[in-house]
Design a protein around this ligand. Structure first.
Ligand SMILES: Nc1ncnc2c1ncn2[C@@H]1O[C@H](COP(=O)(O)OP(=O)(O)OP(=O)(O)O)[C@@H](O)[C@H]1O
Ligand SMILES: [Ca+2]
Length: 693
């Protein structure tokens, strides 16, 4: 506008546009210039580096997390993990070592030493142990230690069998298996029906001690005779279990019953046979030691300091769970150990959804839980606004892993199905690695925040300077090339630099962001405004008064303007901590003398103490975005978060592996700037991309 009304000046100081005199070619040239600046300003204003930065920081941390024994399957899970408010962990294998040995046993109606057992008990126990197992024992040919295979619990029980004098091969050959019901976490027991050499049928059961005990009608006494399970005796065994469990032991009971051979189904029917599970005769109860992982206590403490509540959800006995929880610091004192802090899966299951929501927050330990109870707990916690991370290993943990905000599967003990439904696989099954994931997640979140703050500052400053200058004088101090260059640097180098910042310890010293906090916090707004205002005011002063301030009045006007603009550009860039000496002519800058350089550096350097001083300005707790509601950007407000229009941006970018990917950056929740979709665009060469949702 100013141009066509003759208000702008050309390089010789005369009007640039004189009606009838200025050539058409000139006008087109100048119009193109104006359009270039306009387009540049738009390019600068759009933070198109954001998806790149997000992808970069996620991909970078993903690679680093591999070293910390976490395999990330869904990229955005790392960032979500940073805002986790609670972790529901398994006990066996995650908090404990999963190295089990039988250290105590009840058999023959009392606490025993394996040596002095009557032969009837030993032979029945051996039969049950050898046949009712999914593990096996291998005897190395040249002698040496026996080799056990199977789950740790199975191995421990097989080991106890050896102590009883069992010879695995012989015991296996002495009877034949008719039908088996493999152990599962739902029923917490496994059984097998065998036919002995003399034609008898025995049904052996092995499983969670108090559950098996409840179906026993008799036991074998110290003389090897079957004796009825009186109330006294049942109580005696129960006390024994409680006492062992109280010392962190995991209790498994062995029982059997006779069955009429003629009643055993044949042919087709046999495979559908439901093994009889009542009227059992108790053979033995064993206490298995599975020590806490060293360092677990510290990891739990670390989580607590970070405001992340650790909960234990285990299939094990409530008392065992309690003892282990006390040992690793999930429970702090015996006083805690009452409902609902310590709860049994059964009672939790029996509640209604509303009742569950009332207590779920308080639950620290859930014992004797089935995989479905885990799911119920996760659902309830999520309804309470928690960001829930869940660990799981079994096939039927899949629903809970799926439902959780972050599902963590165990790499060693985990089944394929569990891994398939998880977001992250913990390769060494260790709880400490879970905590490391939290740390990485927080660092990812912080890096994205830093990048946004950085970009917004630069964008705001560049825009304001140019717009103000353009409106008032028609000329822009930062040219299109300069702006594009700055933009390039900001978007790529800025993304690289900030995305690859490693996590620091102080990340674990503050509470999690949870669901409610906006992505751009008030602190960020404050820092951003301070920097932007400083840069804008200094640079604008330079722009309008620069020539006199710098003492360039006596220079040729064109040169003076160039020096001034160069200073503005340099100061601007140094404000973003980047030096542009080598740019030379390309960005239409000229050589500066050392005093002029000093001014640039000086202006840039002031940004730094300013950032420190800024930290002392108090910031209100209510997110600024809430205060800005009236601006009409808001579409609807669900519980705890705000939904903005144009919430999804599909961006094409390159992954770290060099493939073209489409990234769907969802900004539905201010806390959740995340890759909600990640589609690989097929290319001829496909590297080993992680599978993403
Ligand atoms: N192979 C097995 N045979 C018989 N009983 C078992 C076997 N494994 C476990 N048990 C019994 O079942 C109980 C619960 O097992 P479950 O698989 O539900 O939990 P877990 O996976 O061992 O524990 P967590 O949930 O903490 O990982 C154990 O306390 C034990 O008494
Ligand atoms: Ca940009």
């Amino acid at each position: 506008m100013g141009y066509f009304t003759g208000h702008t000046e050309d390089e010789r100081g005369g009007p640039q546009f004189v009606k009838g005199k200025t050539k058409i070619g000139h006008v087109v040239d100048d119009v193109i210039k104006v359009i270039t600046v306009a387009v540049t300003i738009v390019v600068v204003a759009v933070p198109e580096g954001l998806p790149l930065a997000v992808t970069l920081t996620l991909a970078y941390s993903m690679r680093k997390m591999m070293a910390d024994k976490a395999l990330v399957r869904r990229l955005s899970a790392c960032e979500t993990m940073g805002s986790a408010t609670t972790i529901c962990s398994d006990k066996t294998g995650t908090l404990t070592l999963n190295q089990m040995t039988v250290v105590e046993s009840y058999a023959g109606g009392k606490k025993t030493d394996t040596q002095q057992l009557p032969a009837t008990i030993t032979s029945l126990c051996v039969e049950g142990i050898a046949q009712n197992t999914t593990g096996s024992i291998y005897v190395p040919e040249g002698g040496g230690d026996l080799e056990f295979s199977g789950s740790p619990t199975e191995k421990a029980i097989l080991g106890w069998g050896i102590k009883l004098g069992m010879n695995f091969e012989t015991a296996r050959s002495q009877s034949s298996i008719l039908h088996a019901f493999p152990f599962n976490s739902e029923k917490k027991r496994g059984g097998v029906a065998v036919k002995t050499a003399d034609g008898e049928v025995h049904v052996h059961w092995k499983g969670a001690s108090e559950i098996v005990l409840a179906s026993c009608r008799s036991f074998i006494d110290e003389d090897g005779n079957v004796a009825p399970m009186t109330e006294d005796k049942a109580q005696y065994f129960k006390n024994g279990i409680e006492e062992m469990a109280g010392r962190t032991l995991r209790c498994v009971a062995l029982a059997f019953r006779h069955y009429e051979a003629e009643k055993v189904p044949t042919g087709e029917e046999l495979s559908k046979w439901v093994l009889p599970e009542d009227d059992l005769i108790l053979l033995a109860i064993v206490g298995i030691k599975d020590p806490c992982r060293p360092g677990v206590k510290d990891s739990v403490q670390l989580c607590q300091n970070a405001g992340v509540k650790v909960r234990m959800v285990t299939g094990d006995n409530v008392q065992t769970a309690r003892a282990i929880a006390l040992e690793c610091g999930i429970l702090t004192s015996d006083a805690d150990a009452s409902e609902p802090t310590l709860i049994e899966g059964k009672s939790f299951r029996a509640l209604t959804d509303a009742e569950r929501d009332k207590i779920s927050d308080k639950i620290s330990v859930m014992g004797r839980s089935s995989p479905n109870d885990k799911l119920l707990l996760v659902q309830s916690l999520r309804r309470r606004g928690h960001v829930v991370a869940v660990t799981g290993d079994g096939t039927n943990d899949a629903p809970a892993l799926h439902e959780a905000d972050i599902g963590l599967a165990m790499g060693i003990a985990g089944t394929e199905v569990a891994k398939e439904s998880s977001d992250i696989i913990i390769l060494d099954d260790n709880f400490a690695s879970v905590v490391k994931v939290v740390r990485w997640g927080r660092s990812v979140y912080a890096n994205i925040q830093k990048f946004i703050q950085f970009q917004l500052t630069v964008n705001v400053a560049a825009l304001v300077i140019n717009v103000v200058a353009a409106i008032s004088s028609g000329g822009v101090p930062l040219t299109a090339v300069q702006l594009l260059w700055v933009n390039l640097i900001m978007d790529t180098l800025g993304a690289l630099a900030l995305a690859t910042e490693p996590p620091t310890d102080h990340l674990m010293g503050r509470p999690p962001v949870g669901r409610k906090e906006p992505l751009i916090t008030n602190i960020m707004w404050r820092n951003l405004l301070i920097q932007a205002i400083y840069q804008v005011s200094v640079l604008l002063v330079l722009n309008f008064r620069g020539i006199s301030i710098l003492g360039l009045e006596h220079e040729v006007p064109t040169h003076a303007t160039r020096v001034k603009n160069t200073i503005i550009f340099n100061a601007f860039v140094i404000c973003q901590v980047i030096i542009v000496e080598f740019l030379g002519k390309f960005a239409s800058t000229t050589k500066l003398n050392w005093q002029q350089w000093l001014i640039c550096v000086g202006i840039g350097v002031i940004s730094w103490p300013l950032a420190l001083v800024g930290k002392f300005i108090p910031v209100s707790k209510t997110p600024l975005s809430n205060k800005l509601k009236c601006w009409g950007k808001k579409k609807s407000s669900g519980e705890g978060y705000t939904v903005y229009e144009s919430s999804n941006v599909m961006v094409r970018t390159k992954s770290l592996f060099g493939q073209d990917v489409l990234v769907n950056v969802s900004m539905e929740k201010p806390t959740d700037i995340k890759l909600s979709g990640y589609i690989r665009i097929p290319s001829k060469t496909q590297g080993d991309m992680p599978t993403l949702n």
